[in-house]
Write a protein that binds this ligand. Structure first.
Ligand SMILES: *Cc1c(COP(=O)(O)O)cnc(C)c1O
Length: 379
């Protein structure tokens, strides 16, 4: 891994935005009305922490993932950190994970005192199951794959390795709520699985939120203690921990939002299909693996002259996002600390660019964006 400083280019500024990357404001009158009513009910009962909607949210999410338990937490970052803590991962332990993710995944490992070990990715941008085994040592305590951009990792292969070596599997499913590997949803595989519901995510709260799911009663119990200062019965601290609980208001609003999730994902999937048709022969687009159900947290293009393309699109009023511009070992905090042999990730990270593919993207937007991409490569 080269140690040159890589500063992600700030998004170039432009005039009027015609196709925003994501617009989180709530316009739909019925949706807005239902959200406000949900907030109103919480204001009425006043149980802002661990209120009834919080418990209902946990039950609904556990059922959605086919799990015995869901433990609501304050963010996806809390989810991964507390999941690793609940598995007793700490100093001296290694966790095999992906170099291509949001830095929260790696931070969680490091905050536990453990060491991240990066295995290279495949063409689907996910950790390459074929490279995990070579990274296993006596110290390996967990495998922490990330379902990047909303397409799941090859979970059968990863589970087989984890089981054969007796190593815990923890899914960072932060980007993949609602995605599937054949008939199994994201979050249904690992000993523990983690979700983020921050406002960017496809299934979102209206602020920071997250969840951990598991079938293991003891781990669920431990998580419930760890999310509240490591206390038992809310008083006696058994082990130091953070305050990482989920607010009732967020849970109440997410219960409403859950009713819209399938529709949102269906729209994103259609948008992805239409982009692929419109851009065939122009630029490589993210594909859906056979038997997988992609939830399209991002729709990724693999673009030559990526930064120039990005500038060109912005000059047309099209916002894009590099999700994410830095590999884990390229972050300032980790550059001198963790070496990684990840040539595929290093090649791919220079080409990835995500175009607007959210619920509000129309056929006109797709034609406009695709036309601008085509113009860039033709011109
Ligand atoms: C968003 C995200 C997180 C962190 O979630 P927050 O809710 O933002 O703390 C962790 N891992 C991945 C892969 C993510 O995309």
């Amino acid at each position: 891994m080269s140690t040159t400083t890589i500063t992600p280019a700030a998004a170039p500024s432009a005039g009027a935005i015609r196709v925003p990357y994501l617009d989180l404001s709530v316009d739909d009158p019925e949706f807005r009305e239902r959200l406000l009513a949900a907030v109103g009910r919480v204001l009425d009962h006043g149980r802002f922490i661990m209120g009834p909607e919080h418990d209902e949210f946990e039950a609904r999410i556990a059922a959605y993932c086919g799990r015995r338990h869901c433990v609501g937490v304050g963010s996806g970052t809390d989810a991964v950190y507390l999941a690793l803590r609940a598995l007793d991962i700490g100093p001296g332990d290694e966790v095999i994970t992906t170099p291509m993710t949001w830095v929260a995944t790696t931070n969680a490992v490091v905050l536990c005192g453990a060491t991240p070990v990066f295995a290279d990715i495949g063409e689907d941008l996910n950790i390459d199951a074929g490279r995990i085994e070579a990274a296993i040592t006596r110290r390996t305590k967990a495998i922490l794959p990330v379902h990047f951009t909303g397409q799941m990792c090859d979970m059968d292969a990863i589970m087989e390795i984890a089981d054969r070596h007796g190593i815990a599997l923890v899914e960072d499913a932060a980007q993949a709520f609602g995605a599937r590997d054949h008939d199994r949803p994201a979050g249904s595989f690992g000993r523990v699985a983690c979700f983020s519901m921050n406002p960017m995510k496809v299934f979102n709260a209206f602020g920071e939120a997250g969840a951990v799911v598991t079938d293991d009663d003891a781990i669920a119990e431990r998580l419930r203690s760890l999310r509240y200062a490591g206390t038992i019965n809310k008083e006696d601290c058994h082990e130091p921990s953070i305050n990482g609980r989920l607010d009732t208001i967020h849970a109440a609003m997410m219960l409403v939002n859950l009713d819209y999730l399938d529709g949102k994902i269906a729209h994103r999937r259609l948008v992805a299909d239409k982009y692929r048709d419109a851009l065939a022969g122009v630029v490589d687009c993210a594909r859906e693996k056979d038997g997988f159900f992609h939830s399209y947290y991002c729709f990724t293009l693999f673009a030559a002259r990526r930064d120039a393309l990005r500038k060109h699109l912005l000059s047309k009023g099209i916002e894009t996002k590099i999700q994410h511009p830095l590999l884990m070992p390229q972050h300032t905090a980790y550059r001198e600390r963790f070496k990684a042999d990840v040539p595929v990730a290093e090649r791919m990270v220079r080409r990835i660019i995500c175009v607007p593919a959210h619920e509000d993207v129309s056929d006109d937007d797709i034609a406009f964006v695709s036309g601008a991409v085509r113009e860039f490569y033709d011109g």
